[in-house]
Each structure stands twice: as C-alpha cells, then as structure tokens.
Write a protein that binds this ligand. Structure first.
Ligand SMILES: *[C@@H]1O[C@H](CO)[C@@H](O)[C@H](O)[C@H]1NC(C)=O
Length: 504
C-alpha cells in the first residue's frame, strides 16, 4: 500500500512534468513597470469588440484547406486575400504599410517605423487549415458560429485567430494614428500545414534578398496552459524556444524475385519486417533531463506544493523513475525522446510471386538534443543488416534553441506583455514545441524564434487542434488582439537592460 501510494505520487509528478519535460533554463520575473511614455491604451469600444469577433467568424467561414502538399483550396486562399482587404481597410490604405502578395496566396506586410536604427521584428501566422471530417462537430466546421461565448470552427485556434488578431490589432492602432518607431513585418503563410515551402520559404527568400535580419520573430506553437497539471492550479505561459526536427527515412530491401513454389529462406518482406520491428521495439534513447533543464525544474519546483516540489527539486534522485514514467504516455514520451513512427509499408505484386522489392517509411521526430546524423547512426546500429538500405527522403534538424536570458529582446518583450495583459499569469517558462511551424524557414535571418499564442488553453482545447470542435472563447480572442496591440507598442519602447559591468 505504501509502495503503491509512493508510485502514484511519482506518477502525478510525472504528469505535472508533462509540459516542463524539455524546458531549458528559465528567466526570473521581469519588470512590471510601464514601458511607454505616450501609449495608446488598449481599450476598445463595444462596436470595435463586436467587429473583432465578427471578423474572425468571417475568416473561419472561408475553407482555406491544405489537403496535401499538391492540393489546397486555391479558390478559398484567393478569397481570403480579398477578405482581409475588406476587413482591414486602414491597414491596406495606410502609407506606413506596404503589402505584398507572395507566391500568389501568402502575404507580407512591411510596417515602416520612424527609427531606422532599430532592428525590425516579425509577427507570423498561417492562413491555411487542416481538413475536417464533418462527423462529431457540434456545429458545421466552417460555420464560424458563436455559441456560449465561443467561436467555433476549423482554424479558430490553428491559426486564423493569429492571422486576424495581428491584422486587427494593427488596424486598431492605425485608426488611432499610431506610427511605430520600430519597423516590423507581418508574414502570413498559406501552406504551413503542408510544410510551408511554397509560402513561408518564399517570403523568407524575399527578405533575405533584401538583406533583412530580424531582431526576433513570434509565431504560433505554444500557449498559456491551464489545468494540464494536477497539482498546479496556476496557469503557465510557455514560450517555445525550439522545436523538434524531423526525418523521413525509407528502408528498402532488394532481392532476386522468384516463384513462391520454391521460396528462398529469406525474402525481402521478411528481412524488412524484421528490421522495422527491431526499430519499433528499440526506442531511441530517453533524453530526459538533458541540458540546463534541471535548473528550470528547480525554479518551477517552488510553484508546486508537497510532494511534487520535492520530486521536481530533487531530480538527481528521482530522475530515473520520473523519466521512465514519462515514457508511458505518448505526449510525454514525445517530449523526452526522438520518436519512431512507422507510417508506410509496401511490398508485393501478386500472391504467387516473391517480390524483389520491399519498402517502408519511418517518420522520426528528433529531440532538440540530437541531430539527423546521430539518429541515422542509431538506426543503422539497430537495423544491423546491410541488406536493408536506408534512404533519407526528407529531413531537417531540430531548431536551434533561441535565447531566453535577460538580453533576449523577443523573449523579454513577450514576458513583459504577458505580465501586463495577464497579471494573473506568474509562471512564464521557455519550452519546446513537439510539432512544427513555419519558423524554420526563417532560421537564417534571426536567432530569436519564439512560438507563443496569448491564449489560455486547456487539455480538451489541445485535442481540438487538428481534431473536432475546434473553438476559441470570445474573451480569449479579444485578449489576443489586446496582447498584440500592447506588444507592438512595447517593441517601440524596449530598451536593452544594461549588461552587468565589472566595477573598476
Ligand atoms: C473551396 O473554397 C470555396 C470557397 O472559397 C468553396 O466554395 C469550395 O467548396 C471549397 N472546395 C473544397 C473542395 O473544399
């Protein structure tokens, strides 16, 4: 009984580690002082508040679906371009804003600041959405219907909320005669859900050709997490500073074909299945606790009550048990290691022919403390059969870890804005994004890539992304607009904290 109780405490601790598993390094609370001299208050009239939510509903109603890499609803994407012109007339009319359509359906806005000595930044979002299965939705997925304080539909959280909130915040600022000091870009990709190579990559190429280097960028990818953690009632704002890499690997076995009446001892199918079975049975190493994670967990431990704080604060002791518990749940498992997903298997042409060729594809999602090359070497070792050829179909490294120290402007600005717009949020931590975003296409023009949506998110909302009944509360959405409205102004008045100087 005692042992059982002990295990359940540890299980609880492991659950609460769910989203801290790969947090590395944390910064202390920043200053809460008012940053600006002549700020425009983020107060919106009733009429404006209605316009804010209605604009989002209209955006959801346009089914900008990316069906596959080759196929997207281009009619809807074109319609969306028309829609934002109508919804944000001031943005499109302003002499401070230059608008460009990139690759037919993506959009780049350049907002001219008055002080050219300030390095520009970029706000990002994507227009496309994943397909829906009509079944299981409480309201039609492209209706944008409002019910019980929620706006429903595909894209409500991923990611039309950001597209519309960024443009709406800018619209409201410009209506109030705002003119930025610091230039910034708004990049809206149209194929993020299917790799971003047509949209974001083209926008990035354009900026590179113009010699643009960004101070930082902010994209989707993380939230203010609520009720994810049993022992922790307080919301946790997680700013993702990295994301996992990816490797699509084809395994292939080529043998001489033959008649099934006199089969050889081993066939291409048998050899290949044995190899991929070994891979499935041999998970890649658990990276839990790598890097400066321990320090962050220690800081976070103060936020928890007994006994979780003891477990988190003493990982040197509990690490082996906690890291094993993390493996039990697919999400926590994805946070601690490079995952191995067998996704395709093809062989055979006729029931009485031994096929010459068998092929399988595996999708690895690479933990930020590993590289594509390291994963390939581990795979070779596990397969341990020269007859199995490995072919890399597509790969990219985990994204570099963006800075989150007190000199990191993007991180600090997010932190300051979170603290002023959401005073109830006291825990702000850097984190990892287990999915991928468009940010990787911009890695060459900035080292400050932050993924954060100023939205309170609960576990059931998490599942609705790419699932059913995706929705956003009107309150959450209006706060997102307010957040961006504040953020843009904070970027103007940001001053680098003085580096610590040695005393003479
Ligand atoms: C594509 O979008 C248009 C609206 O722009 C819509 O009428 C049409 O049904 C959509 N097509 C598909 C296949 O979803």
């Amino acid at each position: 009984m005692a042992g059982e109780k002990h295990m359940s405490l540890l299980a609880q601790a492991a659950t609460l580690l769910l989203f801290f598993a790969s947090v590395f390094g944390s910064t202390g609370p920043g200053s809460r002082e008012n940053l600006g001299a002549s700020r425009i208050p983020s107060q919106f009239s009733e009429e404006e508040r209605v316009a804010i939510k209605e604009a989002l509903k209209g955006a959801i109603q346009i089914p900008t679906v990316s069906f596959s890499y080759e196929k997207s609803n281009t009619t809807a994407l074109a319609e969306f371009g028309e829609y934002i012109r109508k919804a944000f007339p001031t943005v499109f009319r302003s002499s401070l804003v230059q608008h460009e359509v990139v690759a037919q359906y993506s959009h780049l806005f350049t907002v001219q600041g008055s002080d050219p000595s300030l390095q520009p930044y970029m706000l990002m979002a994507h227009i496309d959405v994943v397909p829906v299965s009509e079944e299981g939705w409480e309201v039609p997925p492209f209706s944008g219907l409002e019910r019980n304080g929620f706006i429903h539909g595909r894209g409500a959280l991923d990611n039309k909320n950001s597209v519309m909130a960024i443009l709406h915040a800018l619209e409201l600022l410009l209506i109030r005669n705002y003119s930025p000091k610091r230039s910034f870009f708004i990049a809206l990709g149209h194929d993020e859900e299917v790799s971003g190579t047509k949209g974001a990559q083209k926008i990035s190429a354009l900026l590179q050709a113009r010699g643009v280097q960004l101070a930082f960028l902010v994209d989707e990818g993380s939230f203010i997490l609520e009720d994810f953690i049993p022992n922790l009632k307080k919301p946790v704002a997680m700013i993702s500073v990295t994301e996992k890499g990816s490797l699509n690997l084809m395994l292939q076995v080529n043998m001489t074909p033959g008649h099934s009446s006199a089969p050889p001892k081993e066939t291409s199918i048998g050899i290949l299945s044995a190899a991929i079975s070994r891979l499935e049975q041999t998970p890649l190493p658990n990276m839990f606790g790598n890097g400066p994670l321990k320090k962050t967990l220690k800081l976070l431990a103060n936020e928890f009550s007994f006994p979780a704080n003891i477990v988190l604060g003493n990982l040197w002791l509990f690490r082996p048990i906690v890291s094993r518990l993390m493996e039990r749940n697919p999400i926590t498992n994805a946070l601690v290691r490079t995952t191995t997903a067998l996704t395709m298997f093809n062989a055979g042409i006729k029931e009485n022919v031994i096929p010459p060729l068998a092929q399988a594809t595996i999708n690895f999602r690479i933990h930020p403390s590993q590289t594509v090359q390291e994963v390939l070497e581990l795979v070779k070792k596990i397969v341990a059969d020269d007859r199995v050829q490995l072919r890399v179909l597509r790969s990219f490294e985990p994204l570099p870890v963006s800075p989150s120290d007190d000199q990191a402007m993007g991180y600090q600005l997010l932190q300051q804005t979170i603290q002023s717009v959401f005073p109830e949020v006291n825990i702000i931590v850097p984190g990892i994004c287990i999915a991928n975003t468009d940010t990787r296409h911009y890695a060459s023009i900035t080292n400050g890539m932050y993924r954060f949506n100023p939205i309170f998110l609960q576990p059931q909302d998490f599942r609705s992304i790419h699932g059913i009944n995706e929705k956003i509360s009107v309150q959450n959405y209006q706060n997102q607009v307010k957040f961006i409205f504040e953020f843009i102004q904070n970027a103007d008045t940001y001053s680098q904290p003085a580096p610590h100087l040695h005393e003479l």
